[in-house]
Write a new protein. Structure first.
Ligand SMILES: Nc1ncnc2c1ncn2[C@@H]1O[C@H](COP(=O)(O)OP(=O)(O)OP(=O)(O)O)[C@@H](O)[C@H]1O
Ligand SMILES: Nc1ncnc2c1ncn2[C@@H]1O[C@H](COP(=O)(O)OP(=O)(O)OP(=O)(O)O)[C@@H](O)[C@H]1O
Ligand SMILES: [Mg+2]
Ligand SMILES: [Mg+2]
Lengths: 312, 333, 506, 333
């Protein structure tokens, strides 16, 4: 090969579940930007459904096309072990992002540090409402990154601020209407509620509507962002959002995949030749997160960002 | 196995001796009302916040908009149909109106266009059901997928922020007239209006006839296909209305809104006595069904029951309540 | 009656796939006449009526209304032309009240926006009043099949029609209601309304109709004035031969046995019947007579545990039975043929062969419980041939058969097992004369071979013709018994309506 | 409006002249097969990867396990029932077996217990339907919620990693015999076995009778409640089997598995000719329905169709295919 450059037709695929979700859009932009820099082709693939068998099928169909590498968001860790290993055996390098399959042979994992997010959120809440107040969380049981954001925040509070009282914990599963309902009830039961932590933006939209309606003074913090929550941040209804650096996730995702596919440029001091694994192993990359407040909200308008860019 | 026979959809026996109380007891809905009352009493002991005005208001707000869809679904069920696309179509209503608004159309005009579009979707389904002869289930399933796709396409998968909606428009979703939220007023108007029409107007009686025995209705000269076309269209149109109100409430249009709504809505109607085979059901009962589901959810949240137990308890209460209701209905028969 | 032709049909054909139901038929209806249609099961009578009512569209041919060619696209259109139709199979909405059912067409056509239930029920009560005592507010699903039939008739009577079609309206009615119906028909005819009357009962045709048209195998045969011909002529035209013997020979004195097959003692059901005791002897055919709603069906269903909470003693062949379900009853060899063929007698969407084998699919299966298609079909074929069943293919759904042929399938199902005791509730409902005679002969042979046969029928001549003994039921009690010479319509009617136990004619 | 009458559940006309071809043409499923074939031909031109062995394998693997649930659902639909809980119960099967395994139970024993538990859930539903007299829809909806709650409770919402499952157990989910994956072999065995039984055995014939006209079936001496109890239980038991295979295939138990599966499964059966009113349907047809859905999804993914268009195209193809099939069935009738 001619240094770090793609052969004509060399293709990299990004495979996700619920592929219509806006979260992937900036990630894929980062992926594409990196790919263009190296003259590589990219494809966005996956399944529109929340269905692991369908995602595996789409992943296997990606494999049929013999791409150089796949940046994969595995819906579940273990079910992907065997497909990932099979892909690598057939010459397609795999890197995971935002969710991992640690027991597989994927070469890298790019993600936000959910623990760091949770810790940051906890500190911010305490800074705003003091260290002896009531707070509540909405959650989405079953989705690992959302779970982690919630459980980590709760245990951080327990450990460092024992006077912070968790008074409500409702599953709203990214459904704004469910969140509207649940928040309404939490507010009824806890007139002294001071803060609300929400691990994703869909529920935040419903929660803020309920808080506004009840005219309660509750500090709302959430992860991710949507145009609506952005507006609420600008208007001061939502205090702050923590948004994973999606562009970096995609960009680094591509880099890791590309490097794995072009590992021939790298001859490290270790046993990779005899053991037969890819020499470009990057166990973990933190893509970081951005803190969105009233002041910087304007930079996070996805619609503005996407203007003039091709989504696919 | 047989579905409960709804008596209230039909005129009551009005012989003079039959007192009001007696009639109340004979009503299909009495059992449900009793069950809901029991839940209320239990809850008012369990939580001091339950019986507050604010909580009641919040509880009604939580199901009011969906309640409008329940009305449409009940009427459709009575005519013998079913609609799985309600969630997607409601979301699409938000997306269409939101998109138009962001592209400079006046929000009221945008809403009207959006409701018209949903009505069109209903008509499209009605066409496939009545002219092509497919089953409601499969047609509305396809439309459910297509409408969701259209939501994605119209938004690029990203929720549309509609923060700039004028306040007089947001008023329909967020405002109050006196102490009563506008949403609840709209909801009550829809419910009372359609309940009345369904019981009393010749037009809606045909819906019962068609659902009860399509052939018999056709033999009596009723254009049953038109009736089914009408109920199918009406249900989608009401989804459109609900979508607009949601948009005004949340100030956004979410392409993923309403996933799974269809089961909730159908469940409410069925709990309230509607038969999936058509021919019976009442708006009043269906709304009671929605109230029951909502009270249970709210109560669990209010009592801060562990998330991991909530579903189990919710399902069990549902099963118990429906069994008791069924027992009461059967006993009275 | 005038000679003005109100409805004229010429050279009309209609096929269902390979089945040619109507082959170029002609038909003429004059104003104010009562015009009977006769023909074997499957001759095409109902099909022709469905064409006139716009339910079916003809493949070819012409319909003239008042001399004007019309295309009747739907029942709604037929209604506008003034056609009223009482269907062979009741078509009512089970979930709504009797009153609403009766005025469904009126409601549909009405310009008023709101329902007026009070007037609706009053008017319904008026219409029903003449026919039967039913509360107009009851839901139709709570009515017995014969009451439903009456509602169906009442429904047609409310129409402001010029042509009234009655497709076997009396099949589920007893003499009393039938007579009322005939009176009403005559009154309507006198007002100038034309009536098409379909029946397999020759007596009815000859007593009440002006002209009769005969159909055979989808073809029009002839139209005659009733006064000019005899029932035998009609039957001859229908079947193509004379049926010499309408009823089989009865049990002779010598054949009479004292052996008791079924012994019922003090049978009670909370609300439906009381103190029912009777015996069924070997070799005899026992009949149950009574007015509509007398409780005949209830008693029989009670015995075989199909309905109700029954107390009392039932013994089969001397052995006291303790049945707790209909399955037990079948296991003992007791089967029941339902009067409601569409509701609970057949599986409309299933193939003919599958219907016939339904009572005991094991019979057409091998040792592993595998159904043998060949065996199943030959069973249906054999029984079908015996009952003169007309069908295209044994794999066709029963819904593609004519009403009478559906009834034959229901009977074939009963005969497919070899029961010890058969209760037949209106067994020949809608069955044509030829097949009826055949069914009677089969019943007689079964009785002779030791099978217990109990027949419920609303057609008194049939009971009298077939049964060796008839029990009369009135208001849930057995009000008497008639045998031999005493078995006359008058005696039975007397016991059924006014006579008490003391009036028993033994 | 009327549902197509399935003729293939019953014996065909076998007069000697009726050739094999003729019989094939008369089969309910011929239209579907033709539609699928057309899709295959189009796809094999559109994508060079489509007709590869790997792609075919991936496509079959994508619906094989769900296909087992489709079998159960079809039989239940034929008997006149419906089951919304299939997705949750399948997930629960994984969770129970996984939890037991992690607590030291032998995986085969754990699987047996788990399948037994699912069968128990089916029996529980059967009880409410046949004894209490509730409608399948509402009972299975409640169980859907309860079983999902039980999944969350049993796992704390996190998937159970079962990497340590012994290889001979994983074999049933991941192994192959020759070139054929074990999953596909199991799937084919279930499909062929039940298809045969449904067409030929007296036991399953009673399922048709019951679904076609429950009252007439009761009047034919069939213990219809037992039949319905049986089909309800069988469907859940097959969910249990599917759950175990999924567990072996994925090496994990996921509490959120199978959300929305019910609609997919019911759609497959209905596309294949099953009537929601009971009394008709075939396993073969239902599996063809599943194949159709799966081929469409796979094709869109393979062609790199934009996700924003995928749903729209998918829904449209579904609607078109069903319309064509309906037209063909009607024409032949
Ligand atoms: N929907 C249908 N599909 C197929 N064949 C049909 C259908 N309806 C009627 N037929 C056939 O048409 C023929 C005429 O049936 P029709 O119902 O008119 O007979 P009918 O004279 O009314 O008999 P009956 O005295 O038994 O009521 C029969 O052979 C019947 O099998
Ligand atoms: N499901 C039911 N619920 C309540 N009452 C019923 C029910 N079915 C029948 N009855 C009543 O039981 C009585 C006996 O009815 P049954 O059907 O046995 O009469 P029958 O003598 O067979 O007459 P026919 O069958 O001609 O109507 C009637 O008064 C009828 O109204
Ligand atoms: Mg007829
Ligand atoms: Mg009777």
């Amino acid at each position: 090969a001619d240094g770090l450059k793609c052969e004509p037709g060399e293709t990299y695929i990004m495979n996700v579940m619920v592929s219509g979700h806006p979260y992937w859009v900036p990630v894929y932009q980062g992926f594409k930007q990196a790919a263009e820099a190296f003259g590589c082709k990219t494809v966005f693939s996956g399944t529109p459904d929340y269905d692991i068998t369908k995602q595996i099928a789409s992943f296997e169909q990606d494999m049929v096309k013999q791409p150089a590498g796949i940046l994969l968001h595995p819906m579940q860790a273990d079910p992907f072990i065997e497909p990932i290993n099979r892909a690598i055996d057939s010459g397609t390098e795999i890197v995971t992002f935002a969710a991992d399959s640690p027991k597989s042979n994927r070469t890298s994992y790019i993600t936000s540090d959910n623990l760091a997010e949770a810790k940051f959120a906890a500190e911010e809440i305490v800074k705003q409402v003091g260290d002896s107040a009531e707070y509540a969380v909405l959650e989405n049981p079953g989705q690992s990154n959302h779970d982690l954001r919630v459980t980590a925040l709760i245990s951080y509070m327990e450990e460092h601020y024992p006077n912070m009282k968790l008074v409500g914990r409702q599953a709203t599963n990214q459904d704004s209407n469910a969140a509207y309902r649940a928040t309404g009830s939490i507010l009824q039961a806890n007139p002294n509620l001071a803060a609300l932590w929400i691990p994703e933006a869909g529920s935040a939209e419903g929660a803020v509507a309920a808080v506004l309606e009840a005219e309660a003074k509750v500090l709302i913090m959430h992860a991710d962002v949507t145009p609506t929550t952005l507006e609420h941040i600008k208007a001061g209804n939502i205090h702050m959002a923590l948004n994973p650096n999606q562009g970096m996730q995609g960009f680094m995702g591509f880099m890791a995949t590309f490097l794995a596919a072009h590992s021939d440029v790298f001859d490290p001091f270790n046993d990779y030749k005899v053991s037969g694994y890819n020499p470009v192993q990057i166990p973990y990359v933190d893509n970081g997160f951005a803190v969105i407040t009233k002041d910087n909200a304007d930079s996070f308008d996805l619609n503005v960002y996407m203007e003039g860019r091709d989504p696919s | 196995m047989e579905d409960a026979v709804s008596l209230t959809g039909a005129p009551e026996n009005k012989s003079p001796e039959v007192s009001f109380i007696h009639r109340l007891l004979r009503m299909r809905e009495t059992g449900l009302i009793a069950i809901i009352l029991v839940l209320f009493i239990v809850m008012s002991f369990a939580s001091p916040y339950f019986l507050t005005w604010v909580n009641m208001r919040a509880m009604v707000m939580a199901f009011a908009v969906e309640g409008i869809v329940v009305v449409g679904m009940t009427i459709l069920l009575i005519s013998g149909g079913i609609d799985l696309s309600v969630g997607s179509v409601t979301a699409l209503a938000m997306v269409i109106a939101g998109w138009l608004f962001l592209n400079g159309v006046d929000p009221w005009v945008a809403s009207a266009i959006s409701i018209a579009a949903c009505t069109g979707i209903g008509a499209f389904m009605g066409f496939f059901v009545t002219r092509v002869g497919l089953h409601h289930f499969i047609v509305s399933l396809a439309i459910m997928v297509i409408a969701r796709g259209a939501c994605l396409l119209g938004t690029g998968g990203r929720p549309l922020g509609l923060f700039t909606l004028p306040p007089e428009f947001k008023f329909i979703g967020q405002g109050s007239i006196g102490p009563i939220p506008v949403v609840i007023i709209i909801f009550l108007a829809v419910v009372i209006g359609f309940d009345f029409m369904l019981r009393r107007t010749t037009l809606f009686r045909k819906v019962f006839y068609t659902g009860s025995n399509e052939k018999a209705a056709a033999y009596s000269g009723i254009r049953t296909k038109r009736v089914i076309f009408f109920t199918t269209t009406l249900c989608s149109a009401l989804c459109g209305v609900a979508g607009i109100i949601y948009m005004a409430r949340f100030g956004s249009a979410q392409p993923t809104f309403g996933i799974g709504m269809e089961l909730n809505v159908i469940a409410a109607a069925v709990i309230g006595g509607a038969s999936l085979k058509g021919g019976s059901g009442t708006i009043f009962g269906a709304i009671l069904g929605a109230v029951l589901l909502s009270v249970v959810s709210s109560s669990l949240a209010l009592l801060d029951v562990s998330v991991y137990w909530q579903d189990i308890i919710r399902g069990s209460i549902l099963l118990t309540a429906v069994s008791i209701d069924h027992y009461l209905v059967k006993k009275r028969a | 009656m005038t000679d003005d032709v109100i409805l004229k049909i010429s050279n009309l054909s209609k096929s269902f796939g390979p089945v040619r139901a109507l082959k170029g038929v002609d038909f003429e209806l004059r104003q104010g006449e009562i015009h009977a249609l006769a023909g074997e099961n499957g001759a095409g009578k109902s099909t022709l009526m469905n064409v006139i009512d716009g339910i079916l569209q003809p493949d070819s041919g012409e319909i003239l209304f008042d001399g004007v060619p019309v295309r009747i696209a739907s029942p709604a259109m037929a209604q506008k032309l003034g056609v009223g139709f009482v269907h062979q199979e009741t078509a009512l909405c089970p979930d709504v009240s009797v009153a609403e059912n009766i005025f469904m067409a009126t409601t549909n056509a009405s310009r008023s926006l709101l329902m007026n239930y009070r007037t609706l029920e009053q008017k319904a009560a008026e219409v029903l009043g003449e026919l039967v005592d039913i509360n107009p507010a009851t839901l139709v699903r709570d009515l017995s099949i014969s009451h439903q039939q009456l509602v169906e008739i009442a429904k047609a009577l409310t129409l402001d029609c010029r042509v009234l079609i009655l497709d076997e309206p009396t099949a589920a009615l007893t003499e009393k209601e039938a007579q009322i119906l005939f009176r009403i028909m005559r009154r309507l005819a006198d007002k100038g309304i034309s009536i098409i009357y379909i029946s397999h009962r020759m007596v009815e045709i000859f007593d009440n109709c002006d002209r009769v048209s005969v159909f055979r195998d989808g073809q029009y045969i002839t139209t005659r004035n009733v006064s000019e011909i005899t029932p035998d002529d009609v039957v001859n035209a229908m079947v193509g031969r004379v049926i010499d013997e309408l009823y089989p020979r009865k049990q002779t004195e010598a054949e009479r046995s004292d052996e008791i097959i079924l012994n019922v003692r003090n049978l009670n059901e909370r609300s439906r019947f009381r103190d029912v005791s009777f015996q069924l002897r070997k070799g005899e055919i026992l009949g149950l007579a009574g007015l509509i709603g007398a409780g005949r069906s209830e008693i029989v269903k009670g015995i075989c545990q199909l309905e109700g909470e029954v107390s009392g003693e039932v013994a089969l062949n001397g052995k006291t039975l303790s049945l707790s379900s209909y399955q037990d009853s079948i296991a003992e060899g007791i089967v029941y043929l339902s009067e409601d063929r569409k509701g609970d007698g057949i599986f409309l969407d299933m193939p003919i062969a599958g219907n016939v084998s339904a009572l005991k699919p094991e019979q057409v299966a091998n040792g592993f419980g595998l159904i043998l298609r060949q065996k199943e079909e030959s069973q249906a074929e054999a029984l079908g041939a015996r009952l003169n069943l007309k069908y295209g293919s044994l794999t066709d759904p029963v819904s593609s058969l004519s009403g009478g042929n559906q009834q034959k399938v229901a009977i074939a199902k009963m005969l497919s097992v070899n029961p010890k005791l058969i209760f037949l509730d209106e067994p020949t409902r809608g069955v044509d004369v030829g097949a009826k005679a055949e069914i009677h002969r089969i019943l007689r042979n079964l009785a002779a071979s030791g099978v217990g046969i109990l027949v419920i029928s609303s057609e008194l001549p049939e009971l009298i013709g077939v049964c060796d003994r008839v029990l009369v039921v009135r208001e849930g009690r057995i009000s008497g018994e008639v045998t031999g010479d005493r078995m006359t319509e008058e005696n039975i009617m007397h016991l059924a309506s006014v006579g008490g136990a003391q009036a028993a004619i033994q």
